[in-house]
Design a protein around this ligand. Structure first.
Ligand SMILES: Nc1ncnc2c1ncn2[C@@H]1O[C@H](COP(=O)(O)OP(=O)(O)O)[C@@H](O)[C@H]1O
Ligand SMILES: [Mg+2]
Length: 206
């Protein structure tokens, strides 16, 4: 993904990205203080916000191949299973139920498969939201604080799901996390932001 002269004004805040190249198939961490524009940047990439100027070249990736996991998971008023397969339904893809069950099992949600998703605990909702975002095999995966405030067990699960996905079929990840020392082992690249701008880019130690 290549970003050129991207600009967005929101009240007194301005995001400005002159030139940024996001290497495909890698895990990118975006780091910076509160209010520096991380969420605004992610929303521009996701297409939720319209830029005032500049362009994002997705290098052939279509809008329906991008997913964003919000910090607060949103559940549809139906079962766990129907929530999980919703992105497939939207795209007219028939779900492979055995594969879906396997995913649910990995996340410890198989027993709740037919249960109303609204009744899950917040940690379970976070897991389901994560699985749901991955289920259609997106090419760009955006996580805004999704990994923050997780219990240690869920954190391990998410890390494992991310690394196994990267082994099988590498996607481009954009991850914002304020407890970033917890996940920085995952990052291939770290991009630092301050006051609406990117100020430093470095390859992570891994
Ligand atoms: N819709 C909006 N209207 C006005 N200001 C906004 C809007 N959305 C975000 N901002 C401002 O933009 C700045 C960056 O916000 P954000 O991207 O959410 O920061 P963070 O890095 O913490 O995610 C903040 O100062 C925020 O108040
Ligand atoms: Mg934010």
């Amino acid at each position: 993904m290549k970003i050129t002269d991207l600009q967005k004004r929101l009240g007194r805040f301005t995001l400005q990205v002159e030139r940024l190249s996001i290497e495909p198939g890698k895990i990118h961490g975006i780091v910076g203080p509160n209010g520096c524009g991380k969420t605004v940047f992610l929303k521009l990439v996701m297409g939720i916000l319209e830029p005032d100027g500049g362009r994002i070249d997705y290098e052939g990736i279509r809008p329906d191949e991008i997913t964003m996991m919000p910090q607060r998971p949103y559940m549809m008023r139906t079962s766990v299973y129907k929530n999980l397969i919703y992105p497939l339904k939207l795209r007219g893809i028939r779900p492979d139920e055995a594969k879906m069950d396997e995913l649910l099992k990995k996340a410890g949600l198989l027993e709740q498969k037919k249960q109303y998703a609204g009744g899950l605990s917040s940690g379970e909702k976070q897991k389901l939201s994560f699985l749901r975002a991955m289920v259609f095999e997106p090419k760009i995966i955006i996580m805004d604080e999704t990994l923050s405030n997780l219990d240690a067990e869920s954190e391990e699960l998410f890390k494992e799901l991310i690394t196994s996905r990267q082994r099988e079929d590498p996607a481009t990840w954009l991850i914002v996390n304020h407890q970033w020392d917890h996940v920085n082992r995952l990052f291939d690249m770290v991009h630092y932001m301050e006051k609406g701008r990117f100020v430093k880019h470095e390859a992570a130690e891994g």
